[in-house]
Design a protein around this ligand. Structure first.
Ligand code: ATP
Ligand code: MG
Length: 305
């Protein structure tokens, strides 16, 4: 395992953005170097400690899904190899498998969320209104129930420091045009359905997930950012799934649950996590990767705890 990486500081390329998790550098006019750090954000606050290996797991998993969704949609991965363009051997060593070179695309200001199960803000919405983001659902569904069919519930991408807001499909059509909005909705549902089937056979329920898209100069839609990772999705172990309660998970829900036990107002700075919570979180991310990709050196099964 590499040394944890909280923040990258490359000299070779200009830094253009530090997101909650990713550091973006400009390689040239057409390419970005994306570094997935080991930072973890919860409730949109970046916590002060790294989760060891998290950035590498997110990068490998995204690359895995980029390959598996290529028959549906092109993605931002470039043919340039990060290891080959990084001149400094220390940088290469520090970054490990956290770096990817991608095509610089125009990100669309929409989070394309697909939900297959009733949990999180969807469950809260349903309990209050019988609907999720304006979509009517059958009465009497339990927490974590599987929905009759997956639903598309987009949100806007909030500026740093604020939270994303759920919006109706029509809002996204006004924002980016009906054609692109429709393409994004249909593509998101198609990718979710295929991935959920694949993951189910490997012991993981994908409760929900979020995709991001960008367009190239010709307006062609591409999948960007990260795909079907424990940061962008809720992953539940199939064998612990019981409608009526929130299942244990392979994602950062475990950290959110811990944070809910604290007296913290969910604004920065975030609290420090006990070492056991960090280790358990790392183990959950590794277990998600092991189940989905079969990677053998992932750590032990987090559901034993
Ligand atoms: P945001 O709200 O902007 O997503 P974040 O904190 O989630 O913030 P990170 O995931 O840390 O962001 O950083 C990734 C950023 O890089 C996102 O803003 C994403 O839209 C952008 N991005 C990802 N892939 C590309 C690409 N191919 N071209 C341009 N921008 C990209
Ligand atoms: Mg992000």
């Amino acid at each position: 395992m590499n040394t944890p990486l909280y923040q990258s500081n490359l000299k070779q390329f200009p830094l253009i953005n530090r997101g909650k998790v990713r550091d973006l550098y400009a390689v040239d006019d057409e390419h970005l170097l994306i570094i997935a750090s080991d930072r973890l954000s919860a409730f949109d606050v970046v916590l002060p400690q790294p989760i060891p290996s998290k950035g590498e797991i997110l990068t490998r998993l995204s690359n895995f899904w980029f390959a598996r969704t290529r028959h549906l949609i092109p993605n931002h991965l470039s043919t340039l190899n990060a290891e080959e363009i990084l001149i400094d051997a220390n940088d290469r060593q520090r970054l490990g498998e956290r770096a990817t070179v991608v095509r610089r695309l125009q990100p669309l200001p929409i989070e394309a969320i697909v939900r297959g199960y009733l949990i999180g803000s969807g469950w809260n919405d349903y309990r209050r209104t019988g609907r999720v983001c304006g979509i009517s659902l059958p009465r009497g569904l339990l927490q974590a129930a599987q929905l009759p069919e997956p639903i598309y519930t987009p949100s806007t991408k909030a500026a740093a420091g604020s939270h994303d807001a759920n919006v109706a499909f029509e809002y996204t059509a006004n924002l980016i045009g009906n054609e692109l909005a429709t393409q994004i909705r249909d593509m998101s549902l198609a990718m979710y359905i295929e991935a959920a089937q694949y993951a189910y056979e490997r012991g993981i329920l994908i409760a929900d997930t979020k995709f991001e898209f960008g367009v190239d100069n010709d307006g062609r839609l591409h999948l960007i950012d990260e795909v079907l990772t424990p940061d962008s999705s809720r992953f539940w172990p199939v064998d612990h799934y019981r409608p009526g309660s929130s299942p244990p998970s392979f994602d950062k829900q475990y950290v959110r649950d811990y944070l809910e036990t604290l007296d913290w107002n969910k604004t920065a700075p975030g609290p420090t996590l006990p070492i056991t919570v960090i280790a358990q979180t790392a183990a959950r991310y590794a277990e998600a990767e092991r189940r989905l990709t079969g990677r053998a050196d992932a750590l032990y099964c987090a559901t034993n705890t």
